[in-house]
Design a protein around this ligand. Sequence first.
Ligand code: ZN
Length: 270
Amino acid sequence: MGHVDTGATAVISDDTRRLVARLAAADWVVAFTGAGVSAESGVPTFRGTDGIWKKFKPEELASMDAFMRNPSLVWEWYAHRKRVIAGIQPNPGHYALVRMEEVFPRFALITQNIDNLHRRAGSRSVHELHGNIERNYCVSCGKPYGNEELLRQSETPKCPACGGWIRPDVVWFGELLPEDQWNASVRAAESADVFLSIGTSNVVYPAASLPLLAKRRGAFLAEINAEVTPLTDTADVFLQGSSGVILPDLVASVVAARESAERQGTPTHT
Ligand SMILES: [Zn+2]
């Protein structure tokens, strides 16, 4: 990219300006995140790139059928992923979303990511549509287990309470989304003044229906993504780029706009 010296410190697009104005006046904001946000931290896709797992497709390992057929194979795959993810850190996009939780009167974060990076960054109001790889549960009695105790064992873990196999608490192929997380996400999407779709390709349903639902219910729909997606034409604004760069600037602008509106005691609607 060439550098144009205009004397200005930054060029703000019309879309950014419109989004800042909406966020400055918003009471209820929902952020919806996908794989792009994790990728910016270096979370791999675990699709045919690393070592011995090269010969497996996720579809062949991430299902209850696969687990019951070969628990140790599936557990080892997840133990590998758990260790890789444990060594990865949240990025500035994650931290900007933590800041948003403090800025807006009501805020919810809906994520399709299972890596727990939003909670590790400090977000509290998180709805996890596809589970969380740092949690596990017994397939027989449902008892929950953390990672640390299980990753120390060399064997595929079994539940001390009932002897059942312990599986990762992630949504596998052919499984429904966790009902409480889904219902909370639908309620948030229906109520939002502004809905931010961030780093998601918007092709995995039913999650991908949430931005559309929000817009139908009157939310201002903003998309932040590196690439154009099936949602882009529907979105009110599209900010192209990485969330780790766009979100921190966005939050800073919104905070400044809200503070200035507060000082003047005037509404921030444009
Ligand atoms: Zn059990």
